[in-house]
Ligand binder design. Structure first.
Ligand SMILES: Nc1nc2c(ncn2[C@@H]2O[C@H](COP(=O)(O)OP(=O)(O)OP(=O)(O)O)[C@@H](O)[C@H]2O)c(=O)[nH]1
Ligand SMILES: [Mg+2]
Length: 430
């Protein structure tokens, strides 16, 4: 908790080190590596993504570098020459944190911290922090906390083994360092057991909450897609295009959720999500899914594709796969092909909408498509309401999409689109 508050107050200055592993490099369990990056993407792309991740944690990235490893240095992962150069940079630029975009073993993390003389964070730790900041539901937060505790626990245990080895079999147990580690370990264990129990409890009541939400009037539209596809840029453009509804809950607690009225009067809750990440360490898959709970509850998905990315099709397949795993494969989905400003002459597939979240091109068409999807099955009726009947007028505007209105002789004639269930309610009311 204190770490989070600190982060909100000041953006620490940091460096980002992207890493390209030697070809065919296999995961070594002993060093705590869970996944060897596939090496499909260029080092440049990896560094760009790493900068993105660091910025998501509010790190002020003042230096970045891509390192091509020809061999692994067991103690520090990265070779001594590079470590020396970065140590000089840390001192010169007064860097508060160095993000090494690779899974580091606890030992490597510690050695690097000593040699660089600053805080070092690794890929798994950074992704976990991002998930922690973005998990919205209680269950999601608990799921992420479990993953964080397991991560910390493995660090402690490994660190402890390492220290023990250093002490070199004197046979004496219980130095002060070891005692502290024992306390930390037992605290973590207790906390982990508590969080797991709480998670089980929450998961049992979760079904009920979801049902309650589904009954809520305002439909939820969720943006999903790979990291860097442009979800957040599109989110902001859409918020600008609509009218933000004052809603203290969404506005202050959750920067990734907005309640707004789209042009034409349709109210929606728009949800941004944490992007899919290539080479996600496998122990984080469950935590990642937990950040997607809003997606499971959404009425409509906008799957955002980056048309300027050569990996677009492979990414789309990954996204569909995970959506299937969380039970959201059959959701109504609009495929949004973003960044058309960067792809000349591209043919947008017929089932999709081409947009540029940057320039705003295509946003109108997208908003219209959202409306059509959400209002499929709605009925259009023409009704007359006395101008003095504020209650009925307010009801219609709140529940329906009023497309035309005329006032003649103190009587409003309104053309309104209504859900079938709302139409029944209106008839009962009228
Ligand atoms: N040229 C161009 N760039 C865009 C467009 N939309 C977004 N970008 C850029 O793409 C990068 C990523 O955009 P974001 O909106 O942060 O992507 P995201 O999908 O939210 O990424 P995550 O939050 O990491 O999942 C930024 O540098 C944007 O400026 C677009 O329509 N055209
Ligand atoms: Mg985003």
């Amino acid at each position: 908790m204190p770490a989070k508050i600190e982060r909100m107050l000041a953006a620490p200055k940091g460096a980002v080190i992207g890493v390209d592993f030697p070809r065919g490099y296999a995961a070594s369990h002993d060093e705590g590596l869970t996944l060897a990056p596939k090496g499909v993407r260029t080092l440049e792309e990896r560094v760009a993504e790493a900068i993105n991740l660091a910025q998501a944690l509010n790190i002020d990235v003042v230096y970045s570098e891509g390192v091509k490893l020809t061999k692994i240095t067991p103690a520090t992962l990265i070779g001594g020459g590079v470590v020396e150069r970065i140590a000089a940079l840390v001192a010169e630029l007064k860097l508060e944190v160095v993000f090494v975009d690779a899974p580091l073993s606890p030992r490597q993390q510690r050695e690097l911290e000593v040699e660089l003389n600053t805080k070092v964070i690794d890929r798994t730790g950074v992704i976990l922090d991002i998930f922690a900041a973005r998990a919205r539901t209680k269950a999601g937060q608990l799921q992420v906390e479990v993953a964080q505790l397991v991560y910390q626990q493995s660090r402690l245990v490994r660190l402890w083994t390492h220290l023990e080895r250093q002490r070199g079999g004197t046979g004496k147990a219980g130095g002060p360092g070891e005692r502290q580690l024992d306390i930390d370990k037992s605290l973590l264990k207790t906390r982990l057991a508590r969080v797991r129990a709480e998670l089980r409890e929450v998961q049992q009541t979760r079904g009920l909450q979801r049902m309650a939400r589904q009954k809520a009037d305002v439909p939820t539209v969720a943006l999903v897609g790979y990291t860097n596809a442009g979800k957040s840029t599109l989110f902001n453009k859409m918020v600008d295009a609509g009218t933000l509804m004052a809603d203290a809950l969404f506005a202050t607690l959750d920067p990734l959720m907005r309640k707004l009225e789209l042009p034409g009067g349709l109210e929606v809750v728009l949800v941004d999500t944490v992007g899919f990440i290539a080479d996600l360490p496998h122990e984080l898959v469950e935590a990642f899914k937990a950040t997607l709970e809003e997606v499971v509850m959404a009425d409509l998905l906008l799957q955002v594709h980056d048309v300027s990315n050569p990996e677009m099709d492979a990414q789309a397949a990954d996204v569909r796969n995970v959506l299937g795993q969380i039970g959201a494969a059959d959701k109504r989905t609009i495929h949004v092909y973003n960044k058309i400003d960067k792809a000349d002459g591209l043919l947008v597939p017929r089932n999709g909408v081409g947009v540029s979240a940057m320039s705003g091109q295509g946003i109108d068409t997208l908003l219209e498509a959202i409306r059509t999807h959400l209002q499929a099955g709605w009925e259009t009726v023409t009704v007359e309401v006395a101008a003095s009947d504020g209650r009925r007028l307010a009801w219609l505007h709140a529940h329906g999409d009023v497309t035309e209105q005329h006032l003649v002789d103190e009587t409003w004639t309104l053309v309104v689109k209504l859900r079938a269930s709302d139409l029944a309610a209106w008839r009962a009311l009228a």
